[in-house]
Design a protein around this ligand. Structure first.
Ligand code: HEC
Length: 154
């Protein structure tokens, strides 16, 4: 019995590490023709993420408008809409397809929007919000430079 246990335990460990690598770290990715990493999704999954992206763009426009109008209330409302609470219910199957760096950048972007909302409420400073937006948008640039979406061929 005892002699069987070790090989079985090691096998289980290898399986767990492989699954963790595939579903947490690597995701469903392929090298793309343009040098980026392609994340391969179903059309429904891609629609969901791109809808969230358009929400980001709306927030960027509204925050910029708020800075121009010196309307810190509008800045905070727009930033909060793109924050963590606004994250769509992402199905676990989709989470498993996203590589770890993509998840990190996405999560960090939502939390920077939350921080921008909170800081703007507390400081009432549109210029501070504008600087925070400039920093936050480095995430948009970095992620778009690294990843794109392609459809599963079925
Ligand atoms: C975690 C990665 C990531 C972050 C962060 C990110 N994006 Fe994206 N976004 C993508 C990917 C991948 C695509 C698809 C690009 C492609 O397939 O060429 C995309 C597409 C888009 C699109 C196109 C939507 C459509 O309907 O086609 C917009 C607009 C967009 N992003 C805006 C933003 C803005 C604004 C930010 C920052 C506030 C941002 N994104 C942050 C990964 C990201």
């Amino acid at each position: 019995m005892k002699r069987l246990c070790w090989p079985l335990a090691s096998l289980l460990a290898v399986v767990i590490v492989t699954l963790l690598y595939l579903f947490v770290i690597r995701g469903s990715t392929l090298p793309a023709s343009d040098g980026r990493t392609s994340i391969v999704l179903t059309s429904g999954e891609r629609d969901l993420v791109l809808t969230e992206m358009r929400g980001f763009l709306i927030a960027v426009q509204q925050i910029t408008q708020g800075v121009v109008d010196d309307d810190t209330g509008a800045i905070a409302v727009a930033a909060r809409r793109a924050g963590g609470a606004a994250t769509h219910e992402v199905p676990p199957s989709l989470v498993g397809k996203l590589p770890i760096e993509f998840k990190r950048l996405g999560f960090d972007t939502h939390s920077q929007f939350d921080r921008l909302a909170l800081d703007t409420e507390q400081l009432g400073d549109a210029a501070h919000a504008q600087r925070a937006l400039a920093t936050l948008m480095q995430n948009c640039v970095a992620c778009h430079a690294a990843y794109r979406f392609d459809l599963e061929s079925r």
